[in-house]
Design a protein around this ligand. Structure first.
Ligand code: TXA
Ligand code: MG
Length: 356
């Protein structure tokens, strides 16, 4: 076990973490979504360390984590009624609200933007840390920039080893994907990133733009890059018709066999359980099969997503293939992650063509 992972349920470890933060250090901690890499939000040089360790570009603002609605309001110039309602309904929880910031919020936290994103996490360890520090904690997800997010302390250690001062181990995170990020305007909210809170739930409190939650064009969140959350292994999403894609893969496999070219080692990420043996004649198509949720429960799938991706990525496979999920409810946020995770990679047809 890496030396700097400590059990967060031991009060003395939380106290030590608070001291590290007070001294300008950085601490990885659990939230209900993914692990965060935290610094005292009012200490610019501590925040600079977070950018450096994470290899994060300076233009990508951090979310500030608070322990109460009042603490959030003190970071914004004003708190519109819609923001008040959203906080009352969804906090603590995976919703980040972006609003014009006060001067006191350091520019490095917001990458020079005039707004700041704030959320109150639904995790006792995170809340305790913020309360004992007595100041908000600026924290991005605790992963190397561009790579798959971390949903447990070991995943954090894989990325950072001893480059962070302490990793508070609070077990696996429950939600598993990041918070929904919205910018609050006068009479509506603008969706910047789909996430742990379902859009339909937000719509009950304030109108959301875009209403279908599908972010096709460039929008205002600097962190929403085309490629993100990506494993090192080439990841390709297969079409909405799974069986058609399997038939296509089998044809390709036959071509490989005829040419005596070894079939690559492929890992497949499925939404639910499937009897793949029915689809396979001869050699198996896939070396490894990971299932997000046997019963196709979107909550369970979100909770397992990053862990499954990291697991597959460690198996030295040649290619990863992921099934497409329905873009409803949490499916929207999961597909957002899968699309970005595969965006910088080659589609499986092209990948296999290049081997032959
Ligand atoms: O669930 C979460 O949100 C996790 C946990 C640790 O709280 N945090 C997280 O942080 O996902 P990060 O840094 O990986 O993603 C923050 C996103 C980025 O897309 C960033 O561009 C956006 O929030 N963001 C932050 N402040 C913003 C602002 N002022 N205006 C627009 N977008 C902002
Ligand atoms: Mg992130």
């Amino acid at each position: 076990m890496p030396a700097n992972i400590v059990n967060a349920n031991d009060a003395s470890h939380i106290e030590k973490a608070v001291q590290i933060l007070k001294d300008g250090g950085i601490v990885a901690f659990p939230t209900e979504t993914v692990y965060g890499l935290g610094a005292d939000a009012f200490n610019p040089s501590a925040v600079a360390k977070v950018f450096e360790v994470k290899n994060r570009p300076q233009f990508n603002p951090l979310i500030v984590h608070v322990a109460s609605i009042q603490e959030a309001s003190s970071l914004w110039q004003n708190t519109p009624l819609s923001a008040q309602r959203l906080m009352e309904k969804f906090w603590p929880g995976p919703l980040t609200l972006v609003l014009p910031k006060t001067q006191e919020v350091p520019d490095i936290v917001t990458s020079g933007l005039k707004t700041v994103g704030v959320r109150m996490p639904k995790n006792e360890i995170a809340l305790k840390l913020i309360r004992l520090l007595g100041r908000p904690i600026a924290a991005p997800s605790a992963n190397i920039f561009g790579y798959t997010s971390a949903t447990n302390a070991f995943a954090v250690a894989e990325d950072f080893d001893d480059k962070v001062d302490m990793i508070l181990d609070g077990g696996s995170t429950g939600v598993g994907i990041e918070s929904t990020v919205v910018k609050v305007e006068k009479d509506h909210v603008v969706l910047l990133r789909p996430g742990g809170i379902d859009l339909e739930e937000i719509k009950k409190v304030a109108p959301v733009v875009p209403a279908d939650g599908v972010l096709k064009k460039a929008h205002e969140s600097p962190g929403e890059m085309v490629s993100h959350y990506a494993p090192w292994t080439n990841l390709s999403l297969i079409g909405t018709n799974f069986d058609d894609s399997i038939t296509e893969l089998r044809t390709l496999q036959n071509n490989f066999q005829q040419k005596k070219t070894p079939w690559p080692r492929i890992g497949v990420l499925l939404f639910g359980s499937r009897d793949l043996s029915k689809l396979e004649i001869g050699n198996p198509l896939f070396q490894v099969v990971e299932v997000l949720s046997p019963e196709k429960n979107l909550r369970e799938a979100a909770a397992n997503l990053f862990n499954c991706l990291r697991k597959l990525d460690k198996m030295t496979l040649d290619l990863l293939i992921a099934e497409t999920l329905p873009e409803q409810g949490l499916g929207l946020a999961i597909m957002d992650r899968l699309e970005k995770a595969s965006a910088g990679h080659v589609p499986f047809r092209e990948f296999l063509d290049n081997i032959k």
